[in-house]
Ligand binder design. Structure first.
Ligand SMILES: NC(=O)c1ccc[n+]([C@@H]2O[C@H](COP(=O)([O-])OP(=O)(O)OC[C@H]3O[C@@H](n4cnc5c(N)ncnc54)[C@H](OP(=O)(O)O)[C@@H]3O)[C@@H](O)[C@H]2O)c1
Length: 231
């Protein structure tokens, strides 16, 4: 990814703590979107100062089309989109509010659509692109209380595969990864550390994501790759 312009959404989140340093280590120029400045400081604490010049932070709400369009225009060119943004909530269907249902789709599926849409315009204009999106095991093995999350993440797989089909015959690819539980600070806080050894490490996911985002992965398109650790 040397000298590639990478749009990395959610790069300050729990998974981002593994992915952002890994993408920088590939020599890329990285634009990370954020909403919470405390998360920016947490990430900066683990980035090598030598990489700071290639790392840019842009405050963006990715649920707003105009903001995403502006972000991509400001970058000038997007070679690689790594879209980590997502969110999780659960509840029994008969008790789950419609507002929460719509929020799950906004945060997981609609942000993916908007970032893909505007990144693709740039990629198609210059004939190169790598798109990596994040779904979940819950998309292909839905469980009780996860209807909204599972449905939204299933949408992410469908969207990514459709883009892969639309971009056949070009040097643009789109692939999606399906993690189970990731070993993030938030999950450790919510679930304790007893089973943390079984969870997928952000660094491990980062290796997979970096490969899919690289020039070398030019023949992989429309793959939905499970990465379940020992869960
Ligand atoms: N953690 C897991 O166990 C797990 C398992 C399977 C799949 N996944 C998926 O993996 C991805 C990363 O998860 P994670 O654990 O790193 O989540 P996270 O720590 O919550 O990070 C997500 C990031 O996205 C940002 N974000 C949310 N909504 C946004 C919006 N509308 N505009 C801009 N930024 C927004 C969040 O910012 P704020 O802090 O401001 O909200 C946060 O920085 C997600 O797609 C998630 O669904 C996670």
């Amino acid at each position: 990814m040397r000298n590639k312009q990478v749009l990395l959404t959610g790069g300050t989140g729990g998974l981002g703590l593994g992915v952002t340093p890994a993408v920088l280590a590939q020599g890329a120029d990285v634009t990370v979107t954020y909403r919470n400045s405390q998360e920016v400081e947490r990430l900066k604490g683990i980035i090598s100062p030598a990489d700071f010049a290639r790392l840019h932070f842009v405050y963006t709400n990715l649920e707003t089309e105009a903001s995403v369009e502006d972000l991509v225009n400001r970058m000038g060119r997007v070679d690689v989109l790594i879209h980590l943004v997502g969110g999780f909530s659960m509840g029994k269907t008969h008790e789950y509010s419609f507002d929460d249902w719509k929020h799950e789709f906004d945060i997981n599926l609609n942000t993916t659509f908007l970032t893909c849409k505007y990144s693709l315009k740039s990629m198609l204009a210059h004939g190169y692109g790598r798109i990596v999106t994040v779904s979940s095991k819950a998309a292909v093995e839905p469980a009780g209380q996860l209807a909204a999350y599972s449905a939204a993440k299933a949408g992410v797989i469908a969207l990514t595969k459709a883009i892969a089909d639309e971009t056949k015959g070009t040097n643009i690819t789109a692939n999606v990864v399906l993690p189970t539980v990731i070993d993030t600070p938030a999950n450790r806080q919510a679930m304790g550390t007893e089973n943390a050894d079984e969870w997928v490490k952000p660094q491990s996911l980062a290796q997979l994501i970096c490969f899919l985002a690289s020039e070398a992965a030019k023949d992989i398109r429309g793959a939905a790759i499970p990465i379940y650790g020992n869960v």
